[in-house]
Design a protein around this ligand. Structure first.
Ligand code: C2E
Ligand code: MG
Ligand code: MG
Ligand code: MG
Length: 281
């Protein structure tokens, strides 16, 4: 009996492993097709000044317009893209298109604002990210400070020295760097100091818990104090309620992003949002 159910478990186990593997291989093939057939789209979410609520920038967020599955959010395919290395061509597509978009908005007379692009650790391991950015900046002629790269803390343990060198190079070029999802990883203060950062993005989890949990408010307060000491700007992610906005104002957080202000939206709608908000009153 025990042997039987053991065998059944084993079969079940291998079968589900095989299914997982097949699913991943299918997803990998489909992702290759997505790059080739232009199924990737960028949405943009405004970043606002906490004090007055006016837009000061935006974040490019990747969407996959799948022919059968509809719009696939990045949480579903970025992990596979990272595992398979497809994030390198995908990341190149994202950078190229975000920079092209910045150029078009400048040409259309939109007030110049900084656009952030998320970058994966794999793109630093690739080794050619600084060169790619250099080429894209020269080709487009956009002011480098209109581009910001968002990196997560997980980049760092892999190849800290290699990634650091590339970040310094990119920062020297005038591109801004933000540490995304701050507070969820393992950054030590000593390496935070090593990174050529402009800004810390406080993870949504903290913003979510702030209202009901005083110790979370204290943590955010401490992050703001630390950021000030290190001359970094603080951006809060995932602001959904007026009460959260109030608390962030009180804590002295400079910028924020969240559904309260706007969801990520297609490029045209984003441009409208910026144009509208920037109109003199
Ligand atoms: P992230 O960079 O931390 O982006 C913020 C995520 O929070 C976005 O999810 C955004 O839509 C969502 N968000 C913003 N405001 C709110 C809010 O008020 N409430 C809630 N519940 N969510 C909010 P999204 O677009 O699904 O992206 C998820 C993650 O996928 C991103 O997290 C980023 O890590 C990754 N990602 C997105 N685009 C790219 C990309 O082009 N390249 C890479 N490597 N990763 C990307
Ligand atoms: Mg981000
Ligand atoms: Mg984040
Ligand atoms: Mg995230």
């Amino acid at each position: 009996q025990a042997v039987k159910s053991g065998t059944a478990n084993y079969l079940h186990f291998t079968r589900s492993m095989r299914d997982d593997l097949k699913e991943r291989l299918d997803l990998e093939d489909e992702l290759r097709a997505a790059i080739r057939d232009n199924q990737l789209v960028l949405n943009y979410q405004p970043k606002v000044a906490i004090h007055g609520g006016e837009p000061v920038g935006g974040e490019a967020l990747l969407r996959w317009q799948h022919p059968k599955r509809g719009i696939v959010p990045p949480g579903v395919f970025i992990p596979t893209a990272e595992e398979t290395g497809l994030i390198v061509p995908i990341g190149e597509w994202v950078l190229r298109n975000a920079i092209k978009q910045i150029r078009e908005w400048l040409d259309a007379g939109l007030p110049p604002i900084q656009i952030a692009v998320n970058v994966s650790e794999r793109q630093f391991r690739w080794g050619h990210l600084p060169a790619l950015i250099d080429v894209l900046l020269s080709e487009s002629g956009i002011p480098p400070h209109l581009l910001q790269l968002e990196i997560t803390e997980t980049i760092l343990p892999e190849d800290l020295e290699g990634a650091l060198q590339q970040m310094r190079w990119i920062a020297d070029r005038g591109v801004a760097l933000a540490l995304d999802d701050f507070g969820t990883g393992y950054s030590s203060l000593s390496y935070l100091r090593e990174l050529p950062l402009d800004c810390l993005k406080v993870d949504r989890k903290f913003v979510m818990d702030m209202e009901r949990d005083q110790s979370t408010r204290h943590i955010v307060e401490a992050i703001v104090a630390m950021a000030q000491a290190m001359d970094l700007k603080v951006v809060a992610e995932g602001i959904e309620t007026p009460a959260q906005w109030e608390i962030l104002k009180r804590l002295g957080v400079e910028e924020g992003q969240g559904y309260l202000f706007s969801r990520p939206m297609p490029a045209d709608a984003f441009a409208e949002f910026i144009r509208h908000a920037a109109k003199p009153v």
